[in-house]
Write a protein that binds this ligand. Structure first.
Ligand code: HMG
Ligand code: MG
Length: 299
């Protein structure tokens, strides 16, 4: 029903930080994650086990994942692109890994130096090994409406890659609106096409907010399609080095406010998230521009 509980995967420690040019000290990352753990979010993407040459900001994820407090009821996950990443994730004791590909080849080539097809072949043994070791697995599917290199992506192309990811028996799939310019009309076309192939409970939506459409998109997905899981980033920080022109993720505190205001039952306290956004703004040394973080002042 419309009052079903809505879950947030907090991605600021990963998507939020990955494109920040100035290195954020490891201790600051740890204290940010510890504060986020107490906001009511059910899942935190706490790091990324990618090549440190690709994302230098997150080269310390091993140390971060080992040092954080593990709050019961919170799942701590991290990105894993290959076998080496899986070893690091295993050693750091993550609960869940996230593999990532896209609906368009050009983005996938820039991002992980593989075609979509090659990425799916690469993931099969990774997903199986992670599950054998008791880790849950998320799969990201990026460029679900626009590709930064190819332009508009047809929903049927997204559905076909999603079907292949479902074949790998991943626990959930996050559809990434990487560029952040889709409208509710685009999201309807996408969900009309993919939902006949997947249970809504297995889908998360991941909106970037470049054109200010993310909240409208999330409300459409929740109200009209029963999607109850969204990715978001405190303060709206975020960006992908391989998606030129795209800006931050939807701000967690603003999304939670909008969902609660329209009737969602959620355990997240948006005021505590706004406090985390201030902490994050201090860490990256520039202000963040979410609405709520500008209302709720620092202590
Ligand atoms: P490659 O160059 O083909 O990899 O990169 P390689 O296997 O040839 O290795 C090259 C070097 O990297 C080697 O070191 C490896 O050891 C090292 P060298 O011998 O030259 O010294 N290396 C690693 N080191 C540590 N951990 C690892 C690892 N892998 C290789 N895991 C690769 C291929 C996939 C590794 C690279 O392209 C990569 O790491 N890409 C990640 C890019 C990335 O993180 N993008 C952002 C995340 S996706 C995103 O933001 C979108 C999302 O938010 C959803 C949305 O918004 O749509 C999820
Ligand atoms: Mg993203």
């Amino acid at each position: 029903s419309r009052r079903a509980s809505v879950r947030i995967t907090e991605v600021s420690p990963r998507d939020g930080l990955q494109y920040e040019p100035e290195f954020v000290p490891t201790l600051r990352k740890i204290s940010l994650i510890n504060a986020l753990s107490r906001t009511g979010v059910t899942e935190i993407e706490a790091g990324s086990f990618v090549s440190p040459a690709a994302v230098p900001q997150l080269a310390d994820s091993d140390e971060v994942l080992r040092a954080i407090d593990r709050i019961p009821g919170v799942t701590y996950s991290a990105l894993v692109p290959n076998e080496r990443g899986l070893e690091r994730a295993r050693a750091a004791g993550v609960d869940k890994i996230a593999v990532f590909t896209a609906a368009s080849d050009s983005f996938t080539r820039h991002n992980i130096k593989a075609t979509v097809q090659e990425s799916l072949v690469r993931f099969r043994p990774l997903v199986a090994a992670a599950k054998r070791d008791g880790m849950a697995v998320r799969a990201y599917l990026s460029t679900v409406v626009f590709c930064p290199y190819e332009g508009r992506v047809p929903p049927t192309q997204v559905r076909d890659v999603m079907d292949r990811l479902l074949d790998l028996a991943v626990d959930d799939i996050s559809l990434g609106e990487t560029v952040g310019r889709a409208s509710p009309t685009d999201i309807r076309k996408l969900l009309d096409t993919v939902l006949p192939h997947v249970e809504p409970a297995r889908l998360s939506l991941h909106f970037h907010d470049t054109y200010g459409m993310a909240i409208a998109n999330a409300l459409t997905a929740w109200w009209d399609y029963g999607i109850t899981a969204f990715d978001a980033s405190a303060g709206g920080l975020g960006g992908c080095p391989y998606a030129p022109g795209a800006s931050g993720n939807v701000a967690t505190e603003d999304l939670v406010f909008a969902l609660k205001a329209t009737g969602a039952d959620m355990p997240v306290d948006e005021r505590l998230v706004a406090v985390c956004a201030h902490q994050l703004g201090d860490a990256v040394r520039h202000p963040l521009n979410s609405r709520l973080s500008q209302l709720h002042h620092r202590d």
